[in-house]
Design a protein around this ligand. Structure first.
Ligand code: ADP
Ligand code: MG
Length: 238
């Protein structure tokens, strides 16, 4: 597990400021959901925390130390992308093993980690299949499996349910709550879906046009939205 602190984090692409002085303190083991409309900067924020891109201003601290010079692996981060980004030519076992093999993990340990993750996710019977033979929900589990075999201290998920149908989304929401408990990891989950945010989060971060509008528990956000944007976006009656 890891605590994460963003201090005055800004991001500029060319002439466009996408994130403005974001301050955010996340404790060990939290389930943080970042919610906001399309284009508000959610994926950019996640990529900065992961170390896939650098902020234009401010600092990102993981476990009390600045992480700006650290690679994603050194940050102890694993990220699941909206598109899942599985390797089409590799079967499920090799997709899940890929990162561990890149890190030169001994093959016995790779096998054990892949099989344990497959059991946890209920995909043991799919290990020899290629991604194209899988359903959307199965692919999503493989993408999660590939991330958790590396035992991340910090687990980042970018709209992981957006490609799934409504029934499967409800089912997978329960799975994420269970995974969070069983993995004992700090989880940062991005969505544009208010219901996902309300049901999953220990705390919600409401983002709009690159600024944090409010941070609070689902109850706080629902009962005391700080402004009109939060009230209307989160669908409270006010
Ligand atoms: P969200 O995930 O909330 O939909 P993004 O973080 O993907 O939003 O994008 C926020 C804004 O930043 C958008 O206007 C997008 O076009 C812009 N943007 C994101 N990544 C890049 C990039 N690599 N280069 C230029 N502009 C980008
Ligand atoms: Mg996005």
């Amino acid at each position: 597990m890891a605590d994460v602190e963003l201090v005055g984090v800004g991001k500029v692409f060319g002439a466009q400021a996408v994130l403005h002085a974001i301050d955010l303190a996340i404790s060990d083991g939290e389930f943080i959901v970042i919610v906001g409309p399309s284009g508000c900067g959610k994926s950019t924020l996640l990529r900065l925390i992961a170390g896939l891109d650098q902020p234009s201003a401010g600092d990102i601290r993981i476990e009390g130390r600045s992480a700006l010079d650290a690679t994603p692996a050194e940050r102890g981060v694993a990220m699941v992308f909206q598109s899942y980004a599985l390797y089409p030519h590799l079967n499920v076992r090799d997709n899940m093993a890929f990162g561990l093999r890149m890190a030169k993990t001994p093959e016995v340990e790779v096998r054990a980690a892949v099989e344990a993750a497959a059991r946890l996710l209920g995909i043991e019977s799919l290990l020899d299949h290629r991604p194209r033979a899988l359903s959307g929900g199965q692919r999503q589990r493989v993408a999660i499996g590939r991330a958790i075999v590396r035992k991340p201290r910090l687990f980042l998920l970018d709209e992981p349910l957006s490609n799934l149908d409504a029934g499967l989304r409800v089912h997978m929401r329960h799975e994420f709550s269970r995974l969070h408990r069983e993995l004992a990891t700090t989880l940062i989950y991005v969505t544009h879906d208010q219901i996902e945010a309300m049901t999953l989060a220990s705390r919600i971060v409401v983002l709009n046009a690159g600024r944090v509008e409010q941070i609070g528990t689902p109850m706080e956000i629902y009962e005391a939205p700080r402004n009109l944007f939060v009230a209307s976006f989160m669908g409270s009656p006010r």
